[in-house]
Design a protein around this ligand. Structure first.
Ligand code: C2E
Ligand code: MG
Ligand code: MG
Ligand code: MG
Length: 280
């Protein structure tokens, strides 16, 4: 409440705040309509296996095609969907859509879908994953779910039960944004993740900061000894790719290999330039 915010009490009476709250209400109503009207669309970004130099799959990254405002990134509407409970139907919709889309891809390409920590508080999560899978006919091992460390912070027993149930379906589980937030190595002990995704903040400064390289090397070694693959996120340059490959990462993802794109614009092979990066 206002009192617990101390000096922030004043914020309640700022006209600004009123405008903000109102804007949020409008956005919330818009979100409900958007889901009903089919305005959401997953974009897909390639994940590249370093050893084979091939695309192993795509991560689904949700966008909102707003009729007036254009393309809205998830950072602007996922938090509102989480606050309003709309994340449950929205999350189930994305799962189903991504599985259906992946059925149109060649070979055994995987699809990775992000789960919100809020979805884990919802009893229906496992059922909605089962529903999405069976509706699409996609093989379970072509489906990967990405969760962040914050999921493991909340009610740990319940979360672990859900994770084991999901794993029981044959679905792969990746730990997203590793190394940020309330990161703790004990999370890696609490559940046998298939994949660790190294947060892009470490990749960004790889060339300029020795500590970032040391952290990336440690995570890849850790992953290797725990039998988990490691994907570096946010790879934008050839130099970063060369360093990540030398550090022993198993997979890379980032603008250097491909931007998130609509389904219709996907390409399923990489430009030779991206693969020929020589070790300096
Ligand atoms: P994330 O899962 O960690 O996704 C990676 C983000 O980094 C994406 O942002 C992606 O577009 C961006 N990215 C990829 N390559 C590069 C690069 O080379 N450089 C830079 N600077 N950025 C890069 P995006 O699409 O805005 O998504 C942000 C976050 O929103 C995601 O982070 C994920 O946590 C969340 N999100 C996206 N789609 C969904 C969804 O369907 N459900 C839920 N619950 N969350 C989602
Ligand atoms: Mg992700
Ligand atoms: Mg991430
Ligand atoms: Mg993230």
């Amino acid at each position: 409440g206002a009192k617990s915010q101390g000096r922030g009490t004043y914020r309640f009476f700022e006209p600004d705040m009123d405008v903000q709250l109102q804007a949020r209400r409008v956005l919330e109503l818009d979100l409900r309509k958007a889901l009903a009207n089919g305005e959401f669309e997953p974009f897909y970004q390639p994940q590249v296996n370093i050893a084979s130099s091939e695309i192993s799959g795509f991560e689904a990254l949700l966008r909102w095609r707003h009729p007036e405002r254009g393309l809205i990134p998830p950072g602007e509407f996922i938090p509102i969907a989480e606050d309003t409970g709309l994340i449950a139907p929205l999350g189930e919709w994305v799962l189903a859509k991504a599985c259906k889309d992946a059925m149109t891809w060649p070979g055994n390409l995987k699809v990775a879908v992000n789960l919100s920590p809020v979805q884990f508080r919802n009893k229906g999560l496992v059922t909605s994953v089962v529903n999405a899978l069976s509706a699409s006919g996609l093989a379970p091992d072509r489906r990967e779910l990405e969760i962040t460390e914050s999921v493991l912070l909340q009610d740990n027993d319940a979360t672990l039960t859900i994770l084991h149930e999901l794993r029981g379906l044959g679905v792969r589980i990746a730990l997203d944004d590793f190394g940020t937030g309330y990161s703790s190595l004990s999370y890696l002990r609490s559940f046998p993740f298939d994949k660790i995704k190294i947060d892009q903040s470490f990749v960004r400064e790889l060339s300029t900061r020795a500590d970032c390289l040391a952290i990336v090397q440690s995570i890849t070694r850790l992953g290797e000894s725990l039998g988990m693959s490691t994907t570096a996120e946010g790879v934008e340059t050839e130099d970063q790719f060369v360093q990540l490959r030398a550090a022993g990462c198993t997979e890379v993802q980032g603008y250097y290999f491909g931007f998130p794109k609509p389904l219709k614009e996907l390409v399923f092979s990489l430009a030779p330039r991206q693969l020929s990066a020589e070790v300096a």
